[in-house]
Ligand binder design. Structure first.
Ligand SMILES: Cc1cc2nc3c(=O)[nH]c(=O)nc-3n(C[C@H](O)[C@H](O)[C@H](O)COP(=O)(O)OP(=O)(O)OC[C@H]3O[C@@H](n4cnc5c(N)ncnc54)[C@H](O)[C@@H]3O)c2cc1C
Length: 324
């Protein structure tokens, strides 16, 4: 009998351990995990991120355990659809194999179709992973932090902790040696923090504009995701976002928010009044924002989208990130 576990986390794998004890030969087990690591003790994640422990030290079941128990393990593969009738799961790996082709109403390709890679640098791309050189998202996944694709101060900090814990130069730059230690492919060119500069007055210096560009890129990145109530609150990375989840995601991309906030909390975010570049409108039921005059808002249905029509701020508390 086939058994597919979606999510390679503590609870699911613990259940598999028990099943293996009770009926070791009953199931042909396949595990899909969105993270790139085998099963680790998530409770001890903080010491790893602070550099006190290594990922190996908190590993509960390494790859050898899966192999020894005949478990097929797919790491770094997020399941996006389960078709119970057809007994298929679909993963978001960008590869068109038989299941994806069938779901698209196409006949199966003779061999799986995948992206053809050029060597154009994607060093600072905020988009998702690819099968060849590693992206910022790959680095973040390997570090076990939110894979939002933005190399901001938090990612740089996590890279530095990782490097010092692994005897590497703690410069926050992901080159071939750090990538190898992370267990990912070398990036096509070194990945490093995109600096926001030191502009504190909101002037349109290159520092300030880099923060704004990152926020606009982040908004673009999620502008085709669906509206999901509570989306973006458990983690900045989500398949869909609600209103405040979207605003939080965009602020986080600019390095201006460390954890997601709901619309009530956004009522006291930053400083009062409109900002020079960024303004947040929040009340207990809704939140939206403008960046350089463009409105990013879930209002009117769908997920967060850039809206061309202006919206009145009446009934909303108006706030802005300090300096922007
Ligand atoms: C820093 C930290 C400290 C904690 N401290 C404690 C503590 O002291 N005591 C305590 O009891 N608990 C603690 N917890 C909570 C504890 O870790 C969780 O309760 C536990 O990990 C939950 O296990 P789980 O298997 O349900 O989920 P998780 O361990 O979160 O595993 C779920 C896995 O499924 C994967 N996944 C999700 N969706 C998909 C998909 N569609 N396709 C493929 N894979 C997917 C995820 O990437 C993840 O790897 C802590 C958690 C953290 C983060």
């Amino acid at each position: 009998m086939k058994l597919v576990l979606v999510g390679n986390g503590m609870a699911g794998v613990r259940a598999i351990e028990e099943l293996l004890k009770i009926a070791p030969d009953m199931y042909d087990i396949t595990v899909f995990g969105a993270e790139p690591h085998p099963n680790y003790n998530r409770i001890l994640l903080s010491p790893v991120l602070s550099g006190e422990q290594t990922l190996d030290q908190i590993m509960l079941n390494d790859r050898a355990w899966y192999a020894a128990n005949g478990i097929t393990l797919h790491l770094g593969k997020e399941v996006v659809r389960i078709d119970r009738a057809k007994r298929q799961v679909l993963t978001a790996d960008g590869i068109v194999g038989p299941a994806t082709a069938q779901a698209m109403g196409l006949s199966a390709p003779s061999s799986p179709l995948r992206e053809a890679h050029s060597h154009h640098a994607r060093a600072h791309a905020s988009s998702d992973s690819s099968a060849g050189s590693s992206s910022v998202s790959d680095v973040q996944r390997a570090l076990g932090i939110s894979a939002d694709g933005v190399f901001g101060p938090q990612t740089a900090q996590a890279v530095k902790h990782f490097q010092s814990a692994h005897g590497l130069t703690a410069d926050g730059v992901v080159g071939p040696a750090t990538a190898e230690a992370l267990g990912i492919g070398a990036p096509s060119s070194p990945l490093h923090e995109r600096h926001s500069g030191s502009s504190g007055d909101g002037s349109s210096s290159s520092g300030s504009s880099s923060v704004i560009s990152r926020m606009i890129a982040a908004a673009d990145h999620i502008a085709n995701t669906p509206y999901v109530y509570g989306g973006g609150h458990g983690s900045f990375v989500s398949s869909g976002y609600d209103c405040s989840g979207s605003v939080s995601y965009v602020l986080h991309a600019g390095g201006l928010l460390s954890s997601p906030e709901d619309s009530t909390a956004l009522e006291s975010y930053g400083a009062p009044g409109p900002g020079q570049h960024v303004t947040i409108y929040a009340n207990s039921g809704h939140a939206w924002m403008t960046i350089d005059g463009r409105r990013f808002d879930t209002g009117g249905g769908g997920g967060s989208r850039w809206k061309s029509a202006p919206r009145s701020g009446a009934g909303f508390v108006v706030r802005h990130p300090v300096g922007y």
